[in-house]
Design a protein around this ligand. Sequence first.
Ligand SMILES: *[C@@H]1O[C@H](CO)[C@@H](O)[C@H](O)[C@H]1NC(C)=O
Length: 416
Amino acid sequence: MRRTLFALLTSSLLVRAWLPDNAPSSASISAFANSGTSKIRGVNAGSQYILEPWMAADVWQNTLGCGEAQAERQCVETAYNGDMDAAGAAWQKHWDSWITQDDIRQMVAYGLNTIRIPVGFWMKEDLLNEYERFPRGGFNHLVKFCGWASDAGLYIIIDLHGLPGRQVANNAFTGDYQSTTGFYQSDYESGRAYEFLAWMTNQTHTNTAFRNVGTIEIANEPKREDSGDTQWLVQHYYGSAIDAIVQAEEVLGVADAGRLHIAVMDDLWGSGPSPSTALTIPQLSRLLYDDHNYQFGPIASAGNTPSAALTYTCADTVGQGNRVDAQTPKVVGEWALKLDMLAGQEVATEENRAFFESYFAAQMDMYERTRGWVYWSWKVQGSADFVDTLQWGYLNAVVAGVVDADLSAMLAKSPC
Ligand SMILES: *[C@@H]1O[C@H](CO)[C@@H](O)[C@H](O)[C@H]1NC(C)=O
């Protein structure tokens, strides 16, 4: 009893890392003042450094010539014959054009204040083994990209999205589409992740382009199951990954006020036991919980109608639209307008537009009951129907008039 109370007190009092409301003087997060809120309102830089073919079919086919390849590694192997420099030269065109400095300025003009940047471990090129093939040169671009985001005053979350050995099977978001996962319970693969995280931490504190990086996320969307793999993840990997970041900061003598938050997926994601049970109080004091809430599955089960979608979203029940629980600080780091009910409809009819406005506003309202939200994703290329573009692309939805460029006006439309 005494211990529990002590743990609660210390974990709430001794937060030793920064968030936008207590930024160190080295950072310049002017986009928060511009957005008029202390809540995180952000977008993901999806497909910038780990391309998912469904988000950018034209780039995949025409800029990169990836054909039927399912993910970046497979494209470099098949379309570039394993030549990573040639692939890097081709990818450079994509990096330079997918999300540009103008896009980043546009984010701020739309009242956004945060960007989450998914990256793969292969950005640290000396980690690649003799079998792995990925485009070379991404890190140099990331430096430039974070420089733009810092100049624009955005808070930056660097997200380790593609882990060594793959954290999920058959998914392009890891950069490596294969039917097996090699990451879990492997000292070799997790060792490469720790090296990546220590290196990235050092970069964020020594290169001014990274001055607005306030969070590093150590594993995007691991397996959603309770198994030996996820028990290892929670009981072994999380603590060691946090220690790798902390040690890199100790070497540099980073003051508490300038230390990074370390993001892990929250309990609602469902990867084995809660991270809270396996970490020490100092480790817990560094966490930012990341909640990803895609509602199309449960809303389909709940009747798949507009009113079912809004009822589900506005529900107080934790785990529906309400994401607030004991895990704080928390951000809803991925969500979208995606619903199955309007699949295949070609354009935003007025009726659909009004519904999607309410649906966006409802989610925004609910997620701002945490520290805030980061939409998936900034933009999506593809056909002009709700499924491919408007429901996943923030820019697409603003251009279509579904999301208001004035986010405070948007919030006022919440039916919750
Ligand atoms: C940290 O990064 C700087 C450059 O940003 C580099 O000079 C230094 O060697 C790095 N330190 C470690 C321990 O990697």
